[in-house]
Design a protein around this ligand. Sequence first.
Ligand code: COA
Length: 208
Amino acid sequence: MEIVIANKSHTKYAEIICETIAESAKVRGTGIAKRTPEYIATKMGNGNAVIALDGDVFAGFCYIELWGHGKFVANSGLIVHPNYRGKGLAKKIKHKVFEHSRTKFPDAKVFSITTGLAVMKLNSDLGYKPVTFSELTDDQTFWDGCQTCQNYDVLTRTNRKMCLCTGMLYDGKTKEKIESKKIKEKVFKRLKHIKETMFLKKAKKTKK
Ligand SMILES: CC(C)(COP(=O)(O)OP(=O)(O)OC[C@H]1O[C@@H](n2cnc3c(N)ncnc32)[C@H](O)[C@@H]1OP(=O)(O)O)[C@@H](O)C(=O)NCCC(=O)NCCS
């Protein structure tokens, strides 16, 4: 199995990707933003997608979208062909597209809205946290994408505050801050321990 950043040469798979996404949404009976093969092909041409191929056979896909003038990045349209499910392929694709997003757009927060348990699990593993929609992009074009979802009435009824999807966010800056705080605490503990040990040794010597 080959999992690569897609390019123009993969355009021939755009049709089957859209078909597989639409078919899976029908089976799940959940809403989904519709994608056209042209849209998917553009993502491939811009190097903003990841594709998994078993030889020449399409196995999985996911793409990157930029919102709010690059403040946010979403990894959308995750799909694994039914023949390749349950083998950890989505996990590998998600890791690849996440890594690529962080490298290409390091200052952007990464977010996702989903009703899928598998995607929630994958996002959590990558360090996403569940958030309210108010924490996500306010880019109208992103939310317009929900118009083709069968649950769009819920989103409009709640003034875009909530819907059936769960919002999840990876904020690299917050994560960096937490990690740097953890490191500082560790160093402080270590120094405290050294100081205490030295003090005890000194106290023992003076006793002798
Ligand atoms: C969701 C989907 C991408 C998972 O692909 P996959 O290759 O079978 O997933 P993986 O084998 O990598 O599994 C990843 C994790 O999700 C879990 N998982 C997979 N399918 C699941 C499901 N239907 N329900 C609950 N959990 C599921 C796995 O147990 C695994 O969790 P673990 O790491 O704790 O063991 C695939 O079923 C699919 O394409 N579905 C239709 C499209 C879709 O729902 N896309 C998401 C849109 S938001």
